[in-house]
Design a protein around this ligand. Sequence first.
Ligand code: EPU
Length: 441
Amino acid sequence: MEKLVIQGGHRLVGSVAASGAKNAALPILIATLLAPGEHRLANVPDLADISSTLSLLGRLGCPSLVGPTLRVDTTRIAFCEAPYDIVSRMRASVLVLGPLLARHGEAIVSLPGGCAIGTRPIDQHLKGLEALGCTFELSKGNIHGRTDGLRGAEINLDMPTVGGTENILMAAVLAEGDSIIRNAAREPEIVDLANFLITLGANIEGAGTSEIRVSGVPRLSPASRPYRIMPDRIEVGTYLVAGAITRGDVTVTNCNPDEVRSLLGKLTSAGATIETTDTSIRLIQDGPVQSFELITEPHPGFPTDMQSQMCALACFADGVSTITENIFENRFMHAAEMSRMGATIDIVGRTAIVRGTGAMSSAIVMSSDLRASAALAIAAMGADADMPEGERGLSELRRLYHLDRGYENLVDKFRSLGARLARVEDDESDPAVLLAATQHS
Ligand code: EPU
């Protein structure tokens, strides 16, 4: 196993291109199951979660070929079971329920269980699929779904769940008749999935609003042209926050500023200057970071997936920031690790009270989940900034596999902005070797 070694205190300056969005690519790859034939997808990021999804499709009998344009062949579905070893690695595997039931009439998915950020039930997925004509039974830790034909329905979600909306939408496109999904999630990834489904021949209106209307069609077929996955707005945000933490000047290209408006507003209130074009965002952090208040909400509110990175930024602010997490009940695992770097964070219910001191120090820290890892990595990039370079320590981020799930080419991208970091073997502990690894040209 590897760890990430980071020497902080280097201002990030330059430009980096956003990769394709993990959370759009995952449901879109799974949606290929709906239309028999060969699908071509562009801008699919090279990530562990994508490999897991391709293994899952492979287990169902659908081979894929990775390349600049990824190909998936869903001509034949040979099996309809998502096994525990893949579901436990990647919760989004549960999204095969809708497509498998719609195309195959049967699906077996291992129950995902809890994860580091919360219990994450799937009751809304099942409620919507039941309304469309599926039945479910639970046995030996698996959910076994069956249907003798999907029929359109009106579904009122109790909360605007992203995965639930995606699962139900993917089933509804092949149901007989019309469906309405109310209180639907409005995330840009839902719009990307709907746009993909439309290229397969689906009838969908209202994606991106809280009411999605679907008119079912008897069959779908692969599009004639490759579908391009949207840019990863959380990756975009992570590079911008790293720019703010290091008082840098960072431009992210190949992105859509409209998809990160709530974040840009928060970064401005933290003292950054933001300049946008249609496809790029530049962040300049000249002065000290100002403290701020933040509440996570479903889109278009502030995204939970940027909460831990903003918590890292708050540690570098002068003053007290408050961060309220409304989406997941246990998404402050990074706080204890940040305190190892000198942060003072009190958790009161769903709110983190961050007493920023303007500085953090290097430390060995442990990842608990994907976004917490990103937050710790960028906190480390700002650590020891008040010291002369020769006296700065090194931070180590353990359990790197979390980061590999969601950030394509992270080391090279941050290096291109001037960060000093390297991947090294977990058991490498010689300070001279570690320092040398981070001091690339
Ligand atoms: N929820 C239920 N019942 C359900 C579904 C959801 O109670 O049937 C609850 C969840 O427990 C949670 C809240 O509703 O408290 C929101 O969950 P949602 O279903 O919206 O999240 P998700 O689909 O499981 C996706 C992203 C997450 C992101 C959330 C929220 C993917 C593959 N994952 O998860 O991304 O945090 O939406 O925006 O799209 C990440 O990328 O690091 C990540 C965790």
